[in-house]
Design a protein around this ligand. Structure first.
Ligand code: FMN
Length: 213
């Protein structure tokens, strides 16, 4: 018998959240009619975001998904298009909604945003104010004084503990981003440690809290 935990049985050290945060009926009072941007970057934990997008859409939110090109290597945009019921932004240059600078219109109507999984690279981009992929471009146009933007980091423990990552997390919070997780536990690289993306219910709960203000 292997003595390491499996992905499904991993004892997470995150605080337990009520299962109700995945219940679309309960979620309606928080998300119905809200415009939510979900930015996905290139990590294995992209699979968890399928649940987040699906539950928010079932709760009546207008969910728009943006994906970096690395994210598209993990889960296809077709899946997020189907789950959200909306076109998926995978390029800054594709005219999806209009010929205007559509990232501005999307950012303007957004009530809240979640970047999950937030890779080491995307975290660095957001902190530096880079806007050269569609996720960082859309996030760059969201006014965080009015609209909450949460990031859910997800990476290997060594990457998480790098001084650059820790500096970037601190700076992100100082710059007004909200942080969800990460938790401790089993990672796809077959190590257990810090850096595991928070579970969907924790992300949804954090988003609901942030929308309440
Ligand atoms: C199989 C595989 C899994 C990866 N998982 C992660 C991850 O969980 N977190 C992370 O920060 N980077 C991860 N990376 C590295 C990122 O995909 C890479 O840094 C990429 O450039 C990130 O681009 P993005 O931030 O624009 O999405 C992974 C790479 C590979 C090949």
């Amino acid at each position: 018998m292997p003595n390491h935990p499996t992905q499904d049985s991993c004892p997470s050290h995150e605080p337990r959240v009520a299962q109700d945060w995945l219940d679309p009926v309960l979620l309606r009072s928080h998300f119905e009619g809200k415009s939510i941007f979900v930015g996905i970057s290139g990590g294995i934990a992209a699979y968890k975001v399928c649940t987040i997008v699906s539950r928010l859409a079932q709760a009546g939110a207008q969910v728009t998904v943006g994906m970096t090109s690395a994210a598209c290597e993990f889960v296809g945009p077709t899946t997020f298009g189907a789950l959200s019921g909306n076109p998926v932004y995978t390029s800054s240059w594709a005219q999806i909604e209009s010929n205007d600078p559509q990232h501005i219109a999307l950012a303007d109507r957004c009530d809240g945003a979640l970047v999950a999984p937030c890779t080491m690279n995307t975290l660095a981009n957001l902190v530096l104010g880079r806007a050269d992929d569609v996720v960082s471009l859309i996030v760059s146009a969201i006014d965080r004084k009015k609209t909450p933007v949460l990031i859910a980091p997800a990476m290997n423990e060594v990457m998480w503990n790098q001084p650059s990552t820790q500096r970037n997390v601190e700076q992100a919070m100082a710059d007004g981003f909200g942080l969800v997780g990460p938790g401790d536990g089993w990672q796809a690289c077959r190590h257990a440690g810090a850096g595991r993306m928070s579970e969907p219910q924790a992300c949804i709960e954090a988003l609901a809290d942030a929308l309440r203000g």
